[in-house]
Design a protein around this ligand. Structure first.
Ligand code: ADP
Length: 266
């Protein structure tokens, strides 16, 4: 399997990889800063039973995914487990970015720029017919020059890791996905609406003060979040369009990207 990975061009030379300080903690292990052939990288240790063969099955799609708003995977290292080597997103995840900086330092145009970045990345996944399933501000990373990119596509959602229904991110997941396991680009659009709400509320947790249990039930009965404080009505309208009960009535990511561009230039 290792040979196959090498042949596919995904196997990196461990000698050229240097490990630095810990910068994050993932579900399956730590995330470290590092460098590969002089390029700053992030290294994610996957501490679960992933075989190279399993991984290879997934790389077929992953090799074909490259977009400026998707966190780029450089390759893998097999060494007591699996290490994913990715481009370094030095400003960390979007939730922490927004919470730590706040309204006084992040201006509304920057929030709109982040939203547009994410819509562009999602439009690309939509074209590729790839469903993310876990779109949320915690899975958006920010680069040194303040560009937002989508991470965690293709791995946590793949067949690599078993689907555990009890672990679904309830507050981000569309009703039809929660109830009937119907995941689609349009259920990603629902999550994108929640993500917009997170962005324009500067990293607040959605449905503040509501328990996860309450949310599932209330949303099913038509309840929707209020607009974030100081949010432009046109943006709140856009969020609500993502939260249409009927997935077919929600906009596509292409449409969302177009609308965000219009709002940005208005
Ligand atoms: P998991 O999906 O396994 O929970 P994440 O991919 O969310 O793990 O990573 C956990 C944290 O590590 C992120 O919130 C972020 O702060 C940091 N991190 C992950 N990938 C990168 C990266 N490419 N560059 C910089 N930081 C990263």
């Amino acid at each position: 399997a290792e040979e196959e990975l090498a042949k596919a061009g995904w196997l990196l030379n461990v000698q050229l990889l240097t490990f630095g300080e810990k910068i994050g903690e993932g579900e399956f292990g730590d995330v470290l800063k590092g460098s590969y052939m002089g390029q700053p990288v992030a290294i994610k240790n996957i501490k679960c039973d992933v075989t190279a063969k399993n991984f290879l099955a997934e790389t077929t799609t992953m090799t074909q995914l490259k977009h400026k708003n998707l966190v780029n995977l450089l390759g893998v290292v097999l060494n007591n487990g699996l290490y994913l080597v990715m481009e370094l997103m030095s400003k960390g995840n979007l939730v922490n970015y927004l919470r730590s900086r706040g309204r006084s330092s992040v201006l509304p145009w920057q929030l709109l720029q982040f939203s547009l970045n994410i819509a562009q990345g999602m439009e690309y996944l939509e074209e590729k017919r790839l469903v993310h399933r876990d779109l949320a501000a915690r899975n958006i990373l920010v680069s040194e020059n303040d560009e937002a990119k989508i991470s965690d596509f293709g791995l946590s959602k793949s067949k690599l890791l078993p689907e555990d229904v009890t672990k679904l991110p309830i507050k981000w997941t569309a009703p039809e996905a929660l109830q009937h396991n119907k995941f689609s680009s349009r259920s990603d659009v629902w999550s994108f609406g929640i993500l917009l709400w997170e962005i324009f509320s500067y990293g607040r947790t959605p449905y503040p003060k509501m328990s996860v249990r309450d949310v599932a039930e209330k949303v099913q009965n038509g309840y929707r979040m209020d607009a974030p404080e100081n949010c432009q009505p046109v943006l709140y309208t856009l969020m609500k369009s993502c939260w249409e009960d009927d997935p077919g009535k929600r906009p596509s990511f292409k449409k969302l990207r177009e609308k965000l561009e219009k709002i940005k230039t208005a």
